[in-house]
Write a protein that binds this ligand. Structure first.
Ligand code: GAP
Length: 488
């Protein structure tokens, strides 16, 4: 997708009520977004599909919903208090803050320059990198190459916002949002907004084992908000400070972890392609090199999506967290978090495989993948149109009901049909403008089917059902329409 189309998509997302900047009337808040009426439907459908696939669809899985505010002890044990941080550099002149690891030279000259040019464009509020940005990046790189003997790397590069050479040395910045439980601010009641949903699962491991009849291998899934005070945010929902994750902690016997790791990479990829409908050619796997692994991981493979900003980037991660988390919580809480296997009479600390999907990043990928611009239209009218070819189960509206006219009892009949079909799905109702215009309005938000109520409906009760993608129209009874949308 071209950058220009990304802009059209993002403005569509706001104009049609998918995604709004949070606190918009106060100028917005960086890294925070609100879901509008259509966005919340898309997000709910996506989460429902995840839950149906991985919780209802598997005998070895259960779900939980754990507290967001997390006592410090939990995150001290997990390692987040000490090491959930990113290296931050700050320009002493204009005070912009950047993630130092985004600009390490290790990736080579071309990669570095491309990133730096992108940062220049971002600060100049341009969606596309210009020749000037590339020139600036080349100058910054050349200067660095000539001067890095005398100055440190960070002193030798120019700020992409103000052009000065006054960056501070990187310092670690902990990304968790801190608070206190109760009215008194004290060191003994410190808590954090959870930075991942995973820890709520680990601390409930024994509760779930005790209350369910699950045996290892089994998994616990959760969908919920997580919070990260990211140094830099951007690209709509891609990097935000309040995010949503769909995570599974899948507990396996040590020694079986690598096979399960591979299995979960396949399962999550299959979900993205065959359930969410993402094009396989837009996805790829990226195995993290050993030196870049998180403190808890023995191996992590990301599913990367080819986003229109910056190419392939992380959509989901599947980590082999070993027995790290259960061991840490066992040690810190002094509770037994081992597992006793009846069949072999063995006691062990399970290993954990963790498939983690970002809901916002999935929404973004689904929108980018589904978006199609038709500058000449599809119906021979020559009028430009946009279609979101969303998987029908994801679409904010499953169906739209459109009376041909408001008069002659057609609107009343359409409302009657709406009442008959409503309840299980979100159904649009639109009476304004020509039917062609209304079809286009629904195509633009991805509604897979439109039902038109016309004079024949008054006579024999049949309606016209129009398919978004093929634009084919068929005459059906209302009962047949119900069957069609239910059978999806
Ligand atoms: N529990 C493991 C974990 O949290 P992660 O790679 O840091 O691992 C998992 O995050 C997923 O959450 C990512 O693959 C991404 O989809 C999403 N994610 C992480 N940080 C994000 C952010 N700042 N904004 C939006 N999504 C984010």
């Amino acid at each position: 997708m071209a950058a220009q189309n990304l802009e059209i998509l993002m403005s569509l997302a706001k104009r049609r009520g998918f995604i709004f900047p949070s606190a918009d009337i106060y100028g917005g808040a960086s890294g925070l977004f609100d879901m509008g009426p259509l966005g919340v439907e898309l997000a709910n459908n996506l989460k429902k599909l995840w839950w149906q696939t991985f919780i209802y669809g598997r005998r070895d899985m259960v779900g939980v919903d754990t507290a967001i505010i997390t006592p410090s002890a939990v995150l001290k044990a997990s390692g987040h208090v000490d090491s959930f941080s990113d290296p931050l550099i700050e320009c002493a002149n204009c005070r912009i803050r950047l993630r130092a690891d985004h600009f390490e030279i290790g990736e080579g000259e071309a990669g570095w320059q491309a990133r730096w040019a992108q940062e220049c464009a971002k600060h100049a509020k341009r969606s596309e990198v210009s020749a000037k940005d590339r020139e600036k990046a080349a100058t910054a790189f050349a200067y660095f190459t000539e001067n890095h003997q005398e100055a440190t790397f960070w002193q030798a590069i120019t700020c992409p916002a103000c052009g000065e050479r006054q960056f501070t040395e990187p310092r670690q910045f902990n990304m968790m949002f801190k608070t206190n439980l109760g009215a008194v601010e004290s060191d003994t009641n410190v808590a954090y907004l959870r930075p991942e949903t995973a820890q709520g699962i680990f601390v409930n491991f024994a509760n779930v084992v005790d209350t369910s009849r699950l045996k290892v291998p089994f998994g616990i899934g959760q969908i919920g908000k997580a919070f990260r005070n990211e140094i830099t945010v951007g690209n709509s929902l891609f990097r935000v400070r309040e995010l949503e994750q769909a995570e599974i902690e899948f507990f396996v016997k040590p020694g079986e972890d690598e096979v399960w790791h591979e299995k979960w990479i396949d399962l999550l990829e299959d979900f993205c392609v065959n359930t969410l409908g993402l094009k396989k050619e837009n996805l790829r796997r990226y195995a993290h090199p050993k030196e870049k692994l998180s403190h808890y991981s023995k191996g992590t493979t990301d599913l990367e999506y080819n986003y229109p900003f910056g190419g392939y980037q992380e959509l989901a991660g599947i980590a082999n967290r070993t027995d790290y988390d259960l061991k840490q919580h066992q040690e810190h809480s002094k509770q037994d978090l081992s597992y006793f296997e009846e069949a072999t009479k063995e006691r062990f600390q399970p290993f954990t495989i963790e498939p983690s999907l970002g809901i916002g990043r999935a929404i973004l990928a689904v929108l980018v993948d589904a978006f199609q611009d038709y500058p000449e239209g599809r119906d021979g009218s020559g009028e430009a149109e946009t279609v979101l070819h969303l998987a029908p189960k994801l679409a904010p509206y499953r169906l739209a009901i459109l009376p041909l006219m408001k008069k002659d009892g057609l609107a009343e009949k359409a409302e009657e049909i709406w009442d008959q079909l409503a309840g299980d799905y979100n159904i649009a109702y639109d009476t304004s403008g020509s039917v062609g215009k209304r079809y286009r309005r629904q195509d633009e938000v991805g509604t897979p089917f439109c039902v038109t109520v016309d004079y024949q409906t008054l006579e024999d009760g049949t309606v016209t059902l129009r398919d978004r993608d093929s634009m084919e129209q068929v005459r059906l009874s209302v009962a047949a329409v119900r069957e069609k949308i239910t059978s999806l």
